[in-house]
Write a protein that binds this ligand. Structure first.
Ligand SMILES: Cc1cc2nc3c(=O)[nH]c(=O)nc-3n(C[C@H](O)[C@H](O)[C@H](O)COP(=O)(O)OP(=O)(O)OC[C@H]3O[C@@H](n4cnc5c(N)ncnc54)[C@H](O)[C@@H]3O)c2cc1C
Length: 390
């Protein structure tokens, strides 16, 4: 590559958002360069995700974007011939108390208004979709059979391969050190090796997004906090949906707990700690396994003999208001953001990537503009900022 190689688009970050964005930019006919500071694709927070993909949110923008992600993931094998571990097992939110029942039932009208396939099932119905679930106090729950799971590592590899097949250039171990500016326009990036020029630069740098935005003079607060996950040895397939238990755990240590069985039969699990653990430390804690094991066995007692293979700790790129930051940067030409994905970047990735590519190529996202603009980088992100930094 020459000292100032020219591309149509440069994507910073080969992660949950960057890879699908590069793929869709190439599909729009734009010659794309992807830069990542790590050694290969998907090695940031993408590989920390357990791979849950659902459109059954409450926020219209997340619903619309994840509907598109589901379309991409569920047809990926027929589109490309590559298996990325897609499993259409649905999501289930069981309710063991009145509060959770009222929360999940309360979301149904908005979810149904977006034609999502989700319903309230009684306790017998939930026992049917979650075999072995603890019947004590079970009141029923919601079930959305069209949601599912995907392997984040297989997906990263396959998006990368397909983007490269279409013409994208990937360069690893090459952190972006600065943006090339022309007045208030971003016209390229600099790494230790080279300067690259492009009409559009997409910031998809995950937990490092604030730093990259600052290079263009933008203050976009993306605050990493850490979450742990784990996976068992494979067992006979018995569980279709990902199960989300919204009850706080004993001693107030967890806000919720979720688990599922992936396409290989491995049980995967996570919880949300009650007190957010801010920062970038990724060393596994000693408290995760005892807490998560107790929660798992409480929900499905017969999992008490499960063999745990591995645990890990990853980071959510959080925003002060809990919503992603997606769209053209305010007052800076040539700079587009796909950042602040919080705990849902893997499922949002293809939907966000498709809309960003269309925004760059055609000036319009692939979902309704009004809904897309709910995630606008121009919104006031300072409101919750002090709160989030506490
Ligand atoms: C335990 C756990 C479970 C999760 N489960 C799910 C789930 O089931 N479903 C779901 O949707 N989400 C899940 N998530 C969240 C998900 O992992 C993140 O939201 C998502 O990976 C963020 O995507 P991203 O593209 O913004 O960041 P990343 O995937 O981290 O990609 C950003 C990339 O940018 C690169 N980069 C950063 N700075 C630079 C630079 N200066 N120059 C070049 N490259 C740079 C990084 O190396 C990285 O590869 C989970 C997270 C955790 C921790």
């Amino acid at each position: 590559m020459t000292a100032t190689a020219q591309f149509d688009a440069i994507v910073i970050g080969a992660g949950s958002v960057g890879n699908p964005t590069a793929y869709f930019l190439e599909r729009e006919g734009l010659r794309t360069l992807v830069l990542d500071e790590l050694a290969s694709s998907g090695q940031g927070q993408n590989k920390a995700a357990i791979g849950g993909v659902r459109a059954t949110h409450s926020d219209p923008a997340k619903i619309r974007l994840c509907q598109q992600s589901l379309e991409v993931f569920s047809h990926w094998k027929e589109t490309t011939g590559t298996d990325i571990g897609w499993k259409k097992g649905g999501y289930c939110f069981p309710a063991f108390d009145e509060k959770v029942e009222s929360t999940v039932r309360g979301l149904l009208p908005v979810q149904k208004s977006y034609q999502l396939h989700i319903d309230w099932l009684d306790a017998d119905g939930i026992r049917g979709v979650v075999p072995g679930i603890n019947p004590n106090g079970l009141r029923g729950g919601t079930y959305s059979p069209d949601d599912g799971q995907v392997s984040p590592l297989l997906a990263a590899e396959s998006f990368t391969n397909e983007a490269v097949r279409l013409g994208a250039v990937y360069r690893y171990r090459e952190p972006v050190r600065s943006l090339v500016m022309n007045g208030t326009s971003v016209v390229g990036v600099r790494t230790d090796r080279e300067e690259y020029r492009a009409t559009t630069v997409v910031n998809a740098s995950g937990v490092r997004a604030t730093e990259i935005c600052a290079m263009a003079g933008l203050d976009i607060p993306i605050l990493p906090d850490s979450h742990e996950g784990g996976i068992s040895a494979p067992i006979r397939p018995f569980l279709d949906p990902l199960v989300v238990d919204l009850r706080p755990g004993p001693e107030g240590r967890t806000i919720n707990f979720y688990f599922g069985q992936d396409a290989n039969g491995q049980v995967i699990f996570c919880y949300t700690p009650n007190v957010p653990i801010s920062g970038v430390n990724r060393t596994s804690t000693s408290e995760f396994m005892p807490i998560v094991a107790a929660r798992l066995v409480e929900v499905i007692p017969r999992l008490k003999n499960l063999t745990i293979r591995r645990v890990w700790r990853g980071l959510y790129p959080m925003t002060p208001d809990g919503s992603p930051v997606v769209g053209k940067a305010p007052n800076v030409e040539g700079f587009v953001l796909g950042v602040g994905m919080c705990g849902q970047g893997f499922m949002l990735g293809p939907g966000v990537g498709r809309s960003l590519a269309s925004l760059v190529a055609r000036g319009t996202p692939t979902i309704d503009r009004e809904v897309f603009d709910r995630l606008s980088p121009a919104r006031d992100l300072s409101a919750g900022k002090k709160e989030a930094l506490k």
